[in-house]
Design a protein around this ligand. Structure first.
Ligand code: NG6
Ligand code: CA
Length: 518
């Protein structure tokens, strides 16, 4: 008996250490513990990916991922901006349930409660090695972070074993990488200071010293500290040895993501790889500068596409392809001019980043949240295209169902069968958010309550979706949301409003009553 137990233990240990190798080589791929890789682009539109829209821009590596798995035509971020979408993806909770889930400054405190369930903590509990590389933008510390000391609250307090991140966005200070709890490469002799309230005495800004803007000029906002020839949001002083070089950011994150895979390829891992591209400032590396013909925005998309190709190559070289579930999506819809003179508008030509949808980033119209959404797991998923409505908020419950976790949250729905191509339908309805306002999709219908405010965000030239009267669209027959059916189909309108109110509860009235435009 003792002997038998000994052999069982040895056999189990063997399985444990050789999880990926053994499974990739034999046909016995475990159905419940694949590696999980989420690739999350920043501001990448539905029509920016050529698998979705055969336009002017070609994204061969993302297309390849799409043809190796399922390309979802109704995939959504919860929100039309970054922080709320990322909050929802990681916590499985609608961002409008947390009043602080809006675009954060670079010195904001950690937005997510460290006691909350996250995709990372859920997978960690199941034995996964967990890591995040890339854009974070969910706050750090308790507020008033001292960047020269260990940071109290980081992704490492939310279930990530390892993190290598930028705190917020490329256009916000601090323009440094944070590794686990420390600013990478910082020297004590040159401490780093950050403020979103006032400048540090004697420090130049884009307004006082415009000649410092050698690489890019600001169009709106972005006129405070200038780093690497690019004006930013927020004030920063010191930390010179830690300051990133925008041109190598994609390479840095890629190599950190690859190193994470190297460290953990023998056991199940979860990597959240959050690309910075094509968010502003768009400063692609020299391999891509000038290559798309669409200016830096197009070049940055080519760079993101290349990163996808490289990380997939890494999985292939390591024999992990069959045993890795890859999910690619974007945090919100596209924008051309997002605050810099970078020729995004001038060189866009006939390219349609928003695909066939209306609006874009910041918008309640569909292009704000209707994004590329691709799932690949070669050994388990039958290739194809799916029209199921799936949302990033559902990853928590769906992945929990996959790995046998009982963790759940109110808003995350288990749409695993849709994600794996076994079911044609996903979630029945979805609450969408843009700048604190909400819209609702159910089946083929989209409903936007009446909101006061400007219909056009002139700075970025994107329609907000705000209107003094309610809007109802049939996305099946009218994906471009051109014909408002609110008056011709009052029954449907009432039904949509009722459903939305039931989910949003008291917040519904508060949101629709707001008088001031964000
Ligand atoms: C806006 C910025 C924009 C971008 C956005 C966040 C200005 C005028 N605009 O406030 O450039 O940084 O925030 O983008 O400052 S997101 O994708 O991270 O949500
Ligand atoms: Ca974004």
């Amino acid at each position: 008996m003792k002997q038998l137990l000994f052999f069982v233990v040895i056999a189990l240990l063997g399985c444990q250490t050789d999880h990926n190798k053994a499974t990739a080589q034999s046909k016995k791929i475990p159905a419940t513990t694949p590696n999980i890789l989420i690739i999350y682009a920043d501001d990448l539109g539905y029509g920016d990916v050529s698998a979705y829209d055969q336009g002017t821009l070609k994204t061969p590596n993302i297309d390849q991922l799409a043809t190796s798995g399922i390309r979802f035509t109704n995939g959504y971020a919860t929100s039309a901006t970054c922080t709320p979408s990322r909050f929802a993806l990681l916590t499985g909770t609608y961002p409008w349930r947390n009043e602080n889930a809006k675009i954060l400054p670079g010195d904001a405190p950690l937005l997510i409660d460290t006691a909350a369930v996250t995709v990372a903590s859920m997978l960690k509990k199941q034995g996964y090695a967990t890591g995040v590389v890339g854009k974070w933008h969910l706050g750090l510390g308790n507020g008033n972070v001292d960047w020269n000391k260990a940071i109290a609250k980081t992704p490492n307090d939310l279930g990530f074993d390892e993190s290598y991140i930028m705190a917020a966005t490329g256009d916000r200070v601090p323009t440094v990488y944070v590794e686990n709890r420390k600013v990478a490469g910082l020297q004590a002799s040159d401490p780093l200071y950050v403020s979103y309230e006032k400048n540090f005495p004697g420090q130049p800004t884009a307004l006082t010293n415009p000649e410092l803007m050698t690489k890019m000029k600001w169009h709106h906002g972005h006129n405070q500290s200038v780093v690497n020839g690019i004006p930013r949001i927020g004030f920063m002083k010191g930390g010179k040895t830690a300051v990133w070089t925008d041109e190598t950011m994609a390479d840095v994150f890629l190599s950190k993501a690859e190193a994470f895979i190297d460290r953990h390829k023998k056991n199940p891992f979860f990597l959240y790889y959050a690309l910075h591209e094509p968010h502003v400032p768009r400063v692609p590396g020299e391999k891509f500068a000038g290559k798309s013909g669409l200016g830096p925005r197009g070049d940055a998309i080519l760079e993101a596409d290349w990163c996808v190709g490289e990380i997939m190559k890494k999985l292939k070289t390591d024999g992990l392809l069959d045993n890795t579930l890859v999910i690619l999506s974007s945090d919100n819809g596209p924008v051309l001019n997002d605050g810099y003179y970078d020729e995004a508008v001038e060189k866009n030509g006939k390219h349609t980043p928003w695909g066939k949808f209306r609006g874009g980033k910041y918008s309640l119209f569909d292009a704000g949240t209707h994004v590329p959404f691709i799932v690949s797991w070669p050994s388990r998923i039958k290739k194809g295209v799916s029209d199921a409505v799936v949302c990033q908020v559902d990853l928590l419950a769906s992945l929990a169902a996959l790995v046998g976790s009982t963790d759940k949250t109110t808003d995350s729905e288990n749409v695993l069968d849709a994600l794996l191509g076994k079911a044609k339908t996903g979630r029945p309805n979805l609450v969408l958010e843009a700048s604190g306002r909400l819209a609702f999709r159910a089946g083929e219908w989209a409903f936007i309550p009446a909101y006061p405010g400007r219909p056009l965000n002139k700075e970025v030239n994107i329609e907000t979706g705000l209107s003094q009267t309610p809007q109802l669209y049939n996305l099946q027959t009218d994906p471009g949301q051109r014909t408002n059916l609110a008056t011709t189909n009052p029954d449907k309108l009432a039904d949509m409003e009722k459903q939305m109110k039931q989910i949003v509860g008291a917040a519904y009235q508060a949101k629709t009553d707001e008088l001031k435009l964000h």
